[in-house]
Design a protein around this ligand. Structure first.
Ligand code: FE
Length: 206
């Protein structure tokens, strides 16, 4: 699968002191009038407080309870998510891949950190690490085991390599123990990692 990026491998070029570099960039951009401080604050607020895995969790929970929605999501996620206002900012092209009794899906970006931001927020640091990016493809079951995730030996593990053109969201299997819950309650079971494929849905902590 081709893996072309529009970000020039930005993550692998990040220096070891990213906070300092970010501050320097912010200063230059605001001084040159390219970005206003208010806009930056707004963007940071959106990703810190408004966009996160709870959005993807609602999508998954709805798919678990609404077969027509699930079918549409698996067939044409872009249209479905676009109609829900969840496109844009690294979410234009998204494919939803379903875990089944036969297949366990996991997502990686081998070149940098492509990720469905509008559905999951900012990627976790391990997702961007060299180790995960290399090993997820070479030894997916070993990596999954380190996350405490053990797909059944009869399940094949399918690794999806994200690109700037296509991001992936895993639709995990609904736990049997969650049967009978409504969509709102089910969303509480859906973890971020279960939508990357490195974890399972979990009973919510009360
Ligand atoms: Fe990437």
């Amino acid at each position: 699968m081709p893996h072309e990026h529009d970000d020039n491998n930005a993550h692998t070029l990040l220096p070891s002191e990213p906070a300092l570099r970010v501050r320097a960039l912010e200063t230059i951009l605001t001084r040159k009038g390219l970005v206003s401080a208010e806009t930056l604050t707004e963007i940071i607020d959106i990703y810190a407080h408004k966009i996160g895995p709870h959005i993807g969790a609602k999508i998954v929970a709805r798919a678990w309870t609404d077969p027509d929605f699930k079918q549409a999501l698996l067939t044409n996620a872009e249209t479905v998510l676009g109609e829900m206002g969840l496109a844009g900012r690294q979410g234009e092209h998204v494919q939803v891949v379903e875990n089944t009794a036969d297949i366990h899906n996991m997502v990686v970006c081998t070149l940098c950190s492509c990720y469905p931001w509008p559905l999951l927020g900012i990627p976790p640091s391990w997702y961007k690490s060299d180790a995960y990016r290399k090993r997820a493809v070479r030894e997916p079951r070993t990596v999954l085991a380190e996350f405490g995730m053990m797909p059944h030996p009869s399940q094949s593990v399918r690794v999806w390599d994200s690109t700037a053109e296509m991001r992936y969201l895993v639709l995990p299997m609904m736990p049997a123990a969650a049967a009978g819950c409504d969509a709102e309650a089910l969303a509480q079971w859906v973890t971020r990692d279960s939508m990357i494929g490195t974890g399972s849905p979990k009973a919510p902590q009360i």
